[in-house]
Write a protein that binds this ligand. Sequence first.
Ligand code: ATP
Ligand code: PAF
Ligand code: BAL
Length: 280
Amino acid sequence: MKVAATVLETRDMIRKWKQEGLTIGLVPTMGFLHEGHASLIQKCREENDKVIVSVFLNPTQFGENEDLAAYPRDFERDMMLCEKMGADLIFHPEPEEMYQDSCTFVNITALSDNLCGKTRPTHFKGVCTVVSKLFNIVTPDNAYFGQKDAQQLAIIKKMVKDLNFDIRIVGCPIVREEDGLAKSSRNTYLNEEERSAALCLSKAVREGQRIISMGADSEKVLGPMREIIEKEPLAKIDYINVVDALTMHPVERIENPVLVAMAVYIGRTRLIDNFIYGEE
Ligand SMILES: Nc1ncnc2c1ncn2[C@@H]1O[C@H](COP(=O)(O)OP(=O)(O)OP(=O)(O)O)[C@@H](O)[C@H]1O
Ligand SMILES: CC(C)(CO)[C@@H](O)C(=O)[O-]
Ligand code: BAL
């Protein structure tokens, strides 16, 4: 497995692989890898000749008062996991390599004003910009994203369509801890008490999944989900919504495929979880 810190080295390697007719898969990450990331790398390994994992803690997707400085990092451990999962190359640039004196951004004007975009108004501009750059650097055939960040996945699919990237976007299911908590690098922020309080997210998801097939009214699904979270003293709902799975617009009646998504503060840690209903 190779590790490249520069765009030039990365492009050189990928050019050679492409000349040999090999297919390229990309797994974009912000590092501090866990089994959620491993599942993306595994899927990428199954579907491509060469597997590239990017490990880049992208500053432009963090708001001023967010957790960029505190975000966990362990590149040595990330390298071991990538090696074990059969990655061929890790692209691990410094922020200066990615941005230098950059003043061009990719901004999506739909799908981003609701859910996470409401609380994090500049977040998806940063995500779309860095993902576009990664796509242009790596030129993958396939790129892998987790359903855990459901709005991000929908936005990237739309961006790829709008900007004519010749890349297949593959969504991968949420990987959970044994007790149901969705795996996330941010789970490391939780102390013991918060860790058990955090179970209210996945409990609410399970309750939502149980009741959604019984009726078409969004509020009837959200009410009992909210109740589970509000019973937990350490939890504070940022948002919980039923939205159209493609447009991210809130829906009152569940007719087309919907995304039921939430962000909840457990103490100071903001966690997300969701499920999709109505897609085959
Ligand atoms: N539990 C999970 N199951 C499936 N995919 C996941 C999971 N956690 C993260 N991913 C995916 O891995 C990719 C990289 O995510 P990222 O590096 O931000 O990890 P993270 O654990 O989600 O971190 P964060 O704490 O920022 O939420 C994204 O496409 C994300 O959706
Ligand atoms: C897609 C991504 C790697 C872009 O920085 C990030 O938003 C993430 O880890 O989900
Ligand atoms: N996985 C989402 C990255 C972020 O929260 O910035």
